[in-house]
Design a protein around this ligand. Structure first.
Ligand SMILES: Cc1cc2nc3c(=O)[nH]c(=O)nc-3n(C[C@H](O)[C@H](O)[C@H](O)COP(=O)(O)OP(=O)(O)OC[C@H]3O[C@@H](n4cnc5c(N)ncnc54)[C@H](O)[C@@H]3O)c2cc1C
Length: 379
């Protein structure tokens, strides 16, 4: 049975990110095994994040970014001009391929293309069994396995979406601006919006997103996406060349804590998605760097969480999502237009101080927030 210092159960975004920060640290000679059934067939999904400059982990492919976001409802449109921040785009397969080339320089980093079946603490170590009947042991186990069954069927609000990359016959997109939220009126008590990342005038990633605690089938999301495309493109024909879809939990409730201090959950499994937005990528980067610092310093890690007051803010917003989704267009538009957009994005990234948050909240229209506070609940 081979022994490793660190085993990664799951080799997705958070695992590769943590291994990258380990290679940049004094721990770069630790023996590492990454176990994931996907092997090198990396997903080509799309991740976006905002920052003043690209993060060091950003792959060196031609940079794609925007500095204008649009919030829209029908003909009503708010153009949000970012000042110092940019909205960066990463294609996941470029991210993985770039890191894999970097990891090849480290003979102590190993990969195994299989699924983890069980992980058990035995004495001072963990024993990992895989679907191929292999067994490994390790001192630290980093677990980022996610299965939608962890939250599907449960009363947890989820961001559920389907997106297509398409090419149109005639120019149909404004490549300068991302349509962040194109609010779609709904008769049911669901909040849905379109999201458009334009690559040029004729190609874009177009997504249909719905916030709902109920499980929504991908067939239904596909039919709504087609409807959204038909309305948006007004009869212009298009060819789809890529599809992505997902369900991201939007909950301020702590995920199941791991039962052992050296069994460390990462990424979505660890609850690192911002509950009110589903954005996760940048929290993964920040928290993985903190984990490496703790491992270097004492070997003892602490759970990574947003400052507590941000869960309170998120509950206020999630309460509105669940109980009065009709207010959301005004709430989001008001947040961005009554404050500097950069400060709202920094707020969503939990990078604001308390006084700045008071200043932001003092400028928004109070009614939906007060109503939500009055009916406060944890979600
Ligand atoms: C389509 C999509 C788009 C997204 N876009 C954004 C975005 O624009 N911005 C943003 O901030 N966030 C975004 N997110 C959320 C989040 O950033 C990503 O989901 C990110 O990949 C989460 O990283 P992770 O490591 O937690 O999970 P993943 O990257 O999904 O990695 C989990 C890994 O575990 C593996 N695994 C599962 N079961 C087993 C098992 N039994 N044994 C071994 N391995 C196993 C899987 O194969 C997978 O590789 C998006 C999510 C999705 C699904």
């Amino acid at each position: 049975m081979t022994h490793y210092d660190y085993i990664f159960a799951g080799g997705g975004c958070s695992a590769y990110s943590l291994v990258y920060y380990l290679t940049q640290s004094s721990l770069n000679s630790k023996s590492i095994l990454i176990i994931d059934p996907q092997g090198s067939s990396f997903p080509s999904k799309t991740w976006c994040y905002w920052s003043e400059s690209p993060l060091p982990i950003h792959p060196p492919t031609p940079l794609v970014y925007w500095d204008q976001l649009i919030l829209r409802k029908g003909e009503e449109k708010s153009v949000i001009q970012l000042k110092d921040l940019k909205y960066y785009h990463i294609q996941a397969n470029h991210f993985f391929e770039n890191l894999q080339v970097q990891f090849e320089k480290y003979p102590n980093i190993h990969f195994s293309e299989e699924s983890v079946e069980s992980c058990n603490p035995i004495g001072d170590q963990f024993e990992i069994s895989t679907c191929k009947g292999e067994k490994y042991t390790c001192d630290y186990l980093f677990d980022s396995r996610i299965e939608e069954s962890q939250w599907s069927g449960k009363e947890i609000l989820k961001q559920q979406f389907m997106g297509w990359k398409i090419i149109t016959d005639t120019p149909s997109f404004d490549p300068k601006s991302v349509t962040w939220m194109d609010f779609i009126p709904s008769e049911s008590n669901q909040f849905s919006f379109g999201y458009i990342l334009p690559y040029d005038t004729k190609s874009a990633l177009v997504e249909f997103t719905c916030y709902s605690a109920e499980d929504i089938s991908y067939d239904w999301l596909e039919s709504r996406l087609k409807e959204y495309l038909a309305n948006h493109l007004k009869g212009i024909s298009y060819t789809k060349f890529f599809e992505e879809k997902g369900k991201i939990p939007m909950s301020t409730r702590s995920p199941k804590e791991s039962s052992h201090p050296r069994w460390i959950n990462l990424g979505t499994r660890a609850g690192w998605s911002r509950p009110s937005t589903g954005f996760t990528f940048q929290f993964i980067q920040e928290y993985c760097q903190e984990l490496v610092r703790e491992l270097e310093f004492s070997g003892i890690t602490s759970p990574k969480k947003l400052p507590q007051r941000h869960y309170f803010y998120d509950n206020i917003l999630l309460n509105i999502v669940i109980k009065w989704p009709g207010y959301l267009q005004k709430v989001f538009t008001n947040l961005f237009t009554s404050n500097s957009p950069d400060s709202i994005l920094r707020f969503l990234q939990a990078k604001t101080g308390f006084l700045e948050e008071i200043s932001i909240l003092s400028k928004v229209r109070f009614y939906p927030f007060l109503k939500s506070l009055w009916h406060y609940e944890k979600h």
